[in-house]
Design a protein around this ligand. Structure first.
Ligand SMILES: [Zn+2]
Length: 141
């Protein structure tokens, strides 16, 4: 089946499904096609038929976006699991602990916790290496 956007002489546009282009030509030739708005039988294929393709593209783009998001979420969840299992949670003392480890005041170990953007910037400026782990969305099914 193929969908055509059709147009009558009064420029009403409507859609019709046909087995193939020949089926359309045949029905149009017999004059059995008519405009659902005004009943005009002089129906032609609209050359402006981007609506179909656009919606298909949009759907494909959305599906691709969803798939990408799902992949990102999977990675993020895995990263969270890895960190929570293997790193020590120092909570809001993160900046303090990271600095202490960096300057050798505390034993070298993997930690995670929360920090403010300002603290993160200061740590970065001091050459403390750390990574950002975006939070998981709360409504995560
Ligand atoms: Zn019409």
């Amino acid at each position: 089946m193929i969908k055509f956007t059709l147009r009558c002489e009064a420029e009403h546009e409507f859609e019709g499904w046909f087995r193939d282009n020949a089926a359309f030509e045949e029905q149009a030739g017999k004059g059995v096609l008519s405009c659902p708005v005004c009943g005009d039988g002089r129906v032609t294929k609209s050359i402006m038929a981007p609506a179909v393709r656009t919606s298909e593209n949009a759907a494909a783009a959305q599906a691709e976006k969803n798939a990408r998001m799902a992949a990102v979420m999977k990675q993020l969840r895995a990263a969270h699991e890895h960190v929570e299992k293997n790193f020590e949670n120092v909570g809001e003392r993160f900046a303090e602990e990271a600095r202490a480890i960096h300057y050798g005041d505390k034993e070298q170990r993997d930690i995670f916790g929360q920090t403010t953007l300002q603290e993160a910037k200061e740590l970065h400026d001091e050459g403390v290496s750390f990574g950002f782990l975006p939070p998981l969305p709360k409504a995560d099914a």
